[in-house]
Design a protein around this ligand. Structure first.
Ligand SMILES: NC(=O)c1ccc[n+]([C@@H]2O[C@H](COP(=O)([O-])OP(=O)(O)OC[C@H]3O[C@@H](n4cnc5c(N)ncnc54)[C@H](O)[C@@H]3O)[C@@H](O)[C@H]2O)c1
Length: 267
């Protein structure tokens, strides 16, 4: 996809968690192409190094920081280091996530806690760490990556609950810190074909094909679909958008595409 980059993004600092692969990697690539100054917080050293070196080869201003977002001290140390290295953090994207495909009865407490640690507690801690700088400067954009699962039951039980809490945190930040000119929004993606689906693809190689019919636009999403929304919220083109659930889902939440012909008796 060729993006239309807003001019004011040039030189703006953005931190993206989980930028080593999939959607996060696309965000990092696009932000660097927009000439933003990009910091990547990622637990997987190999993926991080690959992403950073490829983007640097094409001239991007990108720096990687290895961090396990399950560890509070690591989060605080890395964010303090990024603020020192970059001078300020203007945009922060909580993208990293952990997905446990077990159903409720199959979910262990250990996996439930891990899911909440990465998907809910880590964004809370990251937001806590970046807010003081944003408040001091009187501006900032925090972008949390949520999910359509938070809006309706479509499996992945612990993941869904953890992300629903993240949606709530976004509203809290938006309302509480709006007076400081800090915007906080949740992007709500539908199915995006990424590496996190590999386990499910192994179980059923036709999983994306089978999901298509649920999407009014006739396809599942691509990482660039979400990245375009991130760059918009990072820019000055969305100055009055805060506290929103910015749905980017090919129409999934608008209605059950396979249902209306059944209702109409024309299936
Ligand atoms: N792929 C989808 O269908 C889909 C749908 C809706 C929402 N989302 C959301 O989009 C975002 C990106 O999804 P994705 O498909 O690219 O996921 P992914 O699993 O492919 O990538 C997640 C990244 O986060 C990193 N990460 C995981 N745990 C970490 C930790 N403890 N510390 C630091 N980094 C860690 C991983 O190493 C990986 O690079 C997630 O927030 C996800 O919930 C994805």
């Amino acid at each position: 996809m060729s993006y239309q980059f807003a001019e004011e993004l040039v030189g703006r600092t953005i931190v993206i968690t989980g930028g080593g692969r999939s959607i996060g990697r696309e965000m990092v690539t696009a932000a660097a192409a927009a000439k933003m100054k990009v910091a990547v917080m990622e637990v997987n050293q190999e993926n991080l190094d690959r992403t950073i070196s490829e983007i640097k080869k094409s001239g991007g201003d990108v720096t990687g920081y290895v961090v396990d977002l399950q560890v509070e001290s690591q989060i605080n140390e890395v964010i303090a280091k990024i603020e020192k290295d970059f001078g300020k953090i203007e945009v922060f994207v909580n993208n990293a996530a952990f997905h446990d495909a077990e159903d409720l009865l199959g979910s262990s407490l250990e996996m439930w806690n891990k899911t909440f640690a990465i998907n809910t507690t880590a964004p809370f801690l990251c937001i806590k760490a970046v807010l003081p700088g944003m408040i001091a400067r009187g501006s900032g954009s925090i972008i949390n990556i949520g999910t359509v699962n938070s809006k309706m039951m479509i499996g992945s039980d612990s993941y869904t609950a953890s992300k629903a809490a993240l949606h709530a945190i976004s509203r809290t930040v938006a309302v509480r810190y709006g007076k400081n000119n800090i915007r906080c929004n949740t992007i709500v993606p539908g199915t995006i074909a990424t590496e996190v689906w590999q386990e499910r693809i192994d179980r059923n190689p036709a999983v994306f094909e089978n999901l298509k019919s649920w999407y009014p636009l006739g396809r599942v999403g691509k990482p660039s679909d979400i990245t375009a929304a991130v760059l918009y919220l990072a820019s000055d083109q969305a100055p009055w958008m805060t506290g929103t659930e910015f749905v980017v889902d090919g129409g999934l939440l608008a209605g059950f595409a396979p249902m209306y012909p059944v209702v109409e008796g024309s299936d």
